[in-house]
Design a protein around this ligand. Structure first.
Ligand code: FE2
Length: 230
């Protein structure tokens, strides 16, 4: 549900042969479906320009990719005021659904402004934010209450699968999982150095959080990619 494999779009894969190798590597670890979620920064890139670049990158990748992973287009959208200068945000959502991978600002505390922006996505744009790698935000990791409040608002929660490998982060993720506050997992694959190991985190997640939890995440992912209610 979270990768930067589309070539030459962001700080992820920088050439299509690298993209293909990353995809083949993930397929060898059991990945069957994958969303291509290049970074979109509305404060420095025009939406139509981004969408045109993304389509061109996807076409370029399709010229050389002949593996079996089912690919879906999406984006990882950094939440800014400028985003709301656009009338329609559905093209940024996963596979033309209503669900949008949303990256919260790192430089501010989680405050009413951030909640206000998320609310605008939900209320004014009918977009369901899928919050990217929530474990990276210390203010969201204080207990489960903050995440719980966001989920009650209508947000979906994504975590990176390799975060289950870290003992301290894992403890927090297991508390979230027990409270049914994690909906989908992703690799956040950027390169062979960052996010290419899927199976280690997957195995630990199955062992520690349970196969039922992981399977539910897969089920949720497919529903999101097909624009069904989760
Ligand atoms: Fe990312």
């Amino acid at each position: 549900m979270h990768t930067h494999i589309l070539p030459q779009m962001d700080d992820g894969a920088d050439a299509d042969d690298i993209s293909v190798m990353l995809l083949d590597n993930l397929e060898s670890q059991g990945v069957t479906h994958l969303a291509l979620t290049s970074h979109y920064y509305s404060h420095r890139d025009d939406l139509n320009h981004f969408l045109a670049r993304r389509n061109a990158a996807y076409k370029q990748l399709m010229l050389s990719y002949d593996g079996n992973i089912k690919l879906y287009l999406g984006s990882e959208v950094y939440l800014t005021e400028e985003l709301f200068n656009n009338e329609n945000l559905f093209p940024l959502c996963y596979n033309k659904s209503r669900y949008m991978l949303t990256e919260l600002p790192y430089d501010s505390e989680f405050n009413e402004n951030t909640i206000g922006l998320l609310n605008r996505l939900i209320e004014d744009y009918s977009v369901m934010p899928v919050l990217a790698h929530v474990e990276r935000y210390s203010f969201l990791m204080k207990g489960v209450d903050n995440i719980n409040a966001l989920v009650r608002m209508g947000c979906i929660v994504q975590v990176n699968v390799n975060s289950f490998c870290d003992f301290f982060v894992r403890r927090k993720l297991l508390a979230l999982a027990q409270n049914k506050l994690i909906h989908v997992i992703g690799t956040d694959t950027h390169s062979f150095v960052k996010g290419s190991d899927y199976i280690t985190g997957y195995n630990i997640a199955v062992k520690k959080a349970g196969a039922e939890f992981v399977n539910k995440c897969f089920e949720n992912s497919l529903k999101i990619l097909e624009n069904k209610q989760i």
